[in-house]
Design a protein around this ligand. Structure first.
Ligand code: HEM
Length: 382
C-alpha cells in the first residue's frame, strides 16, 4: 500500500493542530535546507485519512504513490530530479515564450468575445485554465488531450489529498482519482513504448518501474499546471479588484504584469504551505524537535487554514519562498512565473474597461492550495 493511503495526520478538530506551524521565512528556509533532519516524506500524504471505501476504490485502480520526487528522501532523488529538470531547463523555458504568448492571445481573444456577446466572462475558465496544461504536456513530449478532464481531475485530487472532505465527498473524489490514475497508466504505457522523446520514457530508461513513473506523473501532471492556473486566477482577481497598486491598463505591459505576479507570489501564492517531518530528534531555533514531528511551513501570505491563529496572513514573504527552497525547490518556478506574467499581460491588453462582476467569489481553500474558483468580469460601463 502506498504511503499516501496510510496517512494519519488527523482532522481539523477545533483547537487541535496536528502540525508544528512555522511562519518565519528564515526558519522556513532553514528547515528546507536541512533535508537530513527534515524529510519531505509527508509532503503528499492525505490530510484527511482515507476511509475504507475510498481506499478500496483506489486499490481497485492499482493506485499507489511510492516516493519518487517531491516526497523522496533517499539518495535516488537527485538522479530522478535531474531527468525531470532536463525538460524544464532555462533555455527550454525561454524558447517556449512565443508559444505561451500565442496561447495566451487566443485565450484572451476568446474571453473578449465571450464578454462582448454574453456580458460577463469567467477568466479562470477562459484564460487561466488551458495554457499551463497545454504548455506542460508539450514540454514533457506528451500528447495534448483530455485537457478539460485533466483540469477536473486535478481539482478533485487536490481536495482528496489536501482537503477535509466528509465520507461521501471523499468517496466521490476517490472515484475521480481512480479514473485519473487509470488514464495516466495508459498514457505512461503508451509513452514508454513511443519512439519520440518524452518524460515517461526517459524515466523508464533511468530505471523507474511503471508504478514509480505513474506516481511521478500523478504529482507532476497536477502540480505542473493547476498551481499556475491558480496563480493566474488570484493575480487577475486582485488586478480587477484594483487592490494591489497596479491598474488594469498598467498590467497590459510586460514589466508591470511581471511585477504584479511577483507581488502575488509573495502575498497570496497558490501553494500557501508545504510539509516536512522531522526524521530524527533535532533542534531548531533553540527548540527541541522530536523525531516524527510533522511541520507545516508557511510559504506565502494566505487565508489561513483550520488551525491558523489568525484568519488571514497577508504576507509578504520573500517571493522566492513561494517555490520552496533547497534540493526539492520547484522545478517549474521559471515556467510558472513566465506563464502567469504572459497570460496576465495578454488578458489585460485584450480586455479593456472591465471590473469584477462578482467581488466575493467562492475560493478554493485547502491546506496547501488557494485561489478564487471564478473571476467573473463585466464591462465597467454597462
Ligand atoms: C505557481 C505555480 C507553482 C507553485 C507555487 C509551485 C510550488 C512548489 C512548491 C512549494 C514545491 C515544493 C518545494 C520544496 O519542497 O522545497 C514544488 C515542487 C515541485 N514543483 Fe512546483 N510549483 C508551481 C508550478 C510548477 C510547475 C509549472 C512545474 C512543472 C512544470 C512544477 C514542478 C515541480 C516539481 C517537479 C517539484 C518537486 C521537485 C523536487 O522534489 O525535487 N511546479 N513546487
Amino acid at each position: 500500500m502506498s504511503a499516501a493511503l496510510t496517512a494519519e495526520t488527523g482532522l481539523p478538530d477545533a483547537g487541535t493542530c496536528p502540525y508544528m506551524v512555522l511562519r518565519t521565512p528564515d526558519t522556513v528556509r532553514e528547515v528546507l535546507h536541512r533535508p537530513d533532519d527534515f524529510s519531505p516524506a509527508n509532503a503528499l500524504l492525505a490530510v484527511t485519512p482515507l476511509s475504507g471505501p475510498a481506499l478500496r476504490v483506489l486499490q481497485k485502480a492499482r493506485f499507489a504513490l511510492p516516493p519518487v520526487l517531491a516526497s523522496n528522501d533517499t539518495g535516488t532523488h537527485a538522479g530522478i530530479r535531474k531527468v525531470v529538470a532536463g525538460f524544464f531547463t532555462p533555455a527550454k523555458v525561454s524558447a517556449m515564450e512565443p508559444r505561451i504568448r500565442g496561447l495566451a492571445r487566443v485565450s484572451a481573444a476568446r474571453a473578449a468575445h465571450l464578454l462582448a456577446t454574453g456580458g460577463t466572462v469567467d477568466v479562470v475558465q477562459a484564460v487561466a485554465a488551458d495554457p499551463p496544461a497545454i504548455v506542460m504536456l508539450e514540454m514533457l513530449g506528451l500528447p495534448v488531450r483530455d485537457v478539460p478532464a485533466l483540469k477536473a481531475w486535478s481539482l478533485d485530487s487536490l481536495e482528496l489529498f489536501w482537503g477535509w472532505p466528509d465520507a461521501d465527498r471523499q468517496l466521490e473524489l476517490a472515484h475521480s482519482a481512480a479514473d485519473f490514475y487509470r488514464w495516466l497508466r495508459e498514457l505512461v504505457l503508451e509513452s514508454v513504448a513511443s519512439p519520440s522523446p518524452n518524460l515517461f520514457s526517459a524515466l523508464a530508461r533511468h530505471g523507474l518501474s511503471i508504478p514509480e513513473v505513474c506516481s511521478l506523473g500523478y504529482f507532476l501532471l497536477i502540480a505542473g499546471q493547476e498551481t499556475t492556473t491558480q496563480l493566474i486566477s488570484t493575480t487577475l482577481f486582485r488586478l480587477a479588484e484594483g487592490s494591489r497598486g497596479i491598474s488594469w491598463c498598467e498590467a497590459a505591459t510586460a514589466s508591470k504584469a511581471r511585477d504584479l505576479v511577483r507581488h502575488i507570489l509573495a502575498t497570496e501564492s497558490s501553494v500557501l504551505t508545504w510539509r516536512r517531518v522531522a526524521s530524527r530528534d533535532t533542534e531548531l531555533d533553540g527548540r527541541h524537535i522530536p523525531a516524527g514531528e510533522e511541520i507545516l511551513l508557511e510559504l506565502t501570505g494566505n487565508h489561513g487554514f483550520p488551525w491558523a491563529e489568525e484568519p488571514v496572513r497577508p504576507g509578504p514573504t520573500p517571493y522566492g519562498l513561494a517555490f520552496g527552497s533547497g534540493i526539492h525547490r520547484c522545478l517549474g518556478a521559471k515556467l510558472a512565473e513566465l506563464e502567469a506574467a504572459v497570460v496576465v499581460h495578454e488578458t489585460a491588453a485584450a480586455l479593456k474597461g472591465v471590473r469584477l462582476h462578482d467581488s466575493n467569489p467562492e475560493w478554493l481553500r485547502l491546506l496547501s492550495f488557494q485561489a478564487p474558483r471564478t473571476v467573473t468580469l463585466e464591462f465597467l460601463y454597462t
